[in-house]
Design a protein around this ligand. Structure first.
Ligand SMILES: [Mg+2]
Length: 423
């Protein structure tokens, strides 16, 4: 029988953890609200009417029905936000001033009001306390493995080789590659060579994969050299599963390369369910067999269930994560989501209301070569700029942060779930 003092301490710790988590969730709600204020939903009004308040004061309703509907929504949203700001204890004069300044000036105001705070482990009664976790949902790229290192380590040598063989200026190739990547919705496009206009012009009657075989080989060599998991990832996932907790992966990378990497890293079966977009289409006249060396079944996951996310739904849109949580957990408060992107992963997890964890060790934006990714990426220019801004001046504050590696999850959370028979 435990002494009464120990029982009191245990109860105290439980209460502390709940109270601290509730505090952090309230803080996240407040920050989500601030981000909502920053999101430009009516750019034409923001850009041309400096006096137009969030609640519609100082602006006349537009004449078109669509414009009027948006004007009414913005006005209603502004009023709700004003009430919420007051509830959070912000002076009403200050609130009114903020509303008068309009949406564009809110960025600086919000950051002055609430600078990004550093996440810290929960503490209770003077000691660290771990919240209970019953489902782990994790991002893949730059969270479980160094996706940027793999991408750059394979793409850069391939591009150098294409420039050498073709004689086409690198800058021109980069712009053409960006167009193809954007058209296909991925920066890992298997049939890239066959769609580059300058290569098609130079070799109208030749098979491009044969002409550029050394470039493809340079890509494969680079990929083999750089493909590795971050330290401690497999052990941590194994420990989480051994505690009866299911592991779900959710990535924006397309199906083929994602399943290839999970098999390569021997995570097939360690991850219970993988959510990713389906694979890209191929240009006319090119088949999967033309691109891939092995039969298709060699690339398919055998043990992990692979589901496809709806087309066009990308992070930080919360719908996919909300569905995963609803389907796989009866208690949302026990769900942990880990990802390396503040803008996408952390913001999304906070919007869904699960415990968000920032894999800070995976941040790649300041690494050498990242500008090449920005120049050829499929991301819209707006996203590239937004990511750059957030990297310089983050205004999304994570609840938990992994600084040294994925294995820190076991220090931050007490994983315990009912799926022990699934091991
Ligand atoms: Mg990522």
């Amino acid at each position: 029988m435990q002494p009464a003092g120990i029982n009191r301490l245990e109860r105290c710790r439980g209460d502390c953890v709940e109270a601290e988590l509730a505090n952090r969730r309230r803080e996240n709600t407040r920050q989500s609200m601030e981000r909502d204020l920053l999101r430009p939903r009516v750019p034409e009004r923001c850009g041309t009417h400096p006096d137009s308040g969030l609640d519609g004061h100082g602006a006349e309703p537009p004449s078109s029905p669509v414009g009027r509907a948006e004007w009414s929504r913005t006005r209603a949203r502004g009023k709700v936000l004003a009430v919420l700001l007051k509830l959070f204890g912000i002076d009403s004069e200050e609130t009114a001033e903020v509303l008068r300044r309009g949406r564009h000036s809110l960025g600086g105001w919000c950051q002055q009001l609430r600078p990004a705070r550093r996440a810290r482990p929960l503490r209770c009664c003077g000691v660290e306390a771990r919240p209970a976790a019953s489902l782990l949902v994790t991002d893949l790229d730059n969270t479980l493995y160094d996706w940027f290192g793999i991408w750059h380590g394979s793409f850069e040598p391939m591009l150098r080789e294409i420039v050498r063989i073709s004689g086409v200026p690198r800058k021109q190739l980069e712009s053409e590659i960006r167009v193809v990547h954007q058209r296909r919705g991925t920066s890992e496009y298997s049939a890239l060579l066959q769609e580059l206009p300058s290569l098609l012009d130079r070799h109208p009657a030749e098979e491009l994969p044969k002409v550029y075989a050394s470039a493809i080989e340079a890509f494969r060599r680079g990929r083999k050299r750089t493909m590795r998991l971050y330290p401690g990832v497999r052990d941590t996932l194994t420990a989480v599963r051994a505690a009866g907790v299911r592991v779900v992966a959710y990535t924006e990378s397309l199906a083929f390369y994602t399943s290839l990497r999970l098999r390569w890293f021997e995570l097939d079966g360690v991850v219970d369910i993988l959510f990713s977009p389906a694979d890209h289409d191929f240009p006319a006249g090119v088949s999967v067999q033309d691109i891939r060396k092995l039969p298709n079944e060699q690339y398919v996951l055998k043990l992990t269930e692979h589901r496809h996310t709806p087309p066009g739904l990308l992070k930080p849109e919360p719908a996919v994560l909300a569905t995963i949580v609803e389907e796989m957990s009866s208690d949302k408060s026990g769900v942990v989501y880990v990802g390396d992107s503040l803008m996408k992963d952390v913001a999304m997890a906070q919007a869904v209301g699960v415990m968000d964890v920032w894999a800070q060790y995976g941040v790649a934006q300041s690494r050498e070569g990242y500008d090449l990714l920005r120049r050829v990426s499929h991301w819209p220019q707006e996203d590239v700029e937004q990511e750059r801004t957030i990297a310089d001046q983050p205004h999304v504050a994570p609840t938990f942060t992994l600084t040294s590696g994925f294995g820190q999850l076991l220090e931050l959370f007490h994983f315990a779930g009912p799926h022990v028979d699934a091991q």
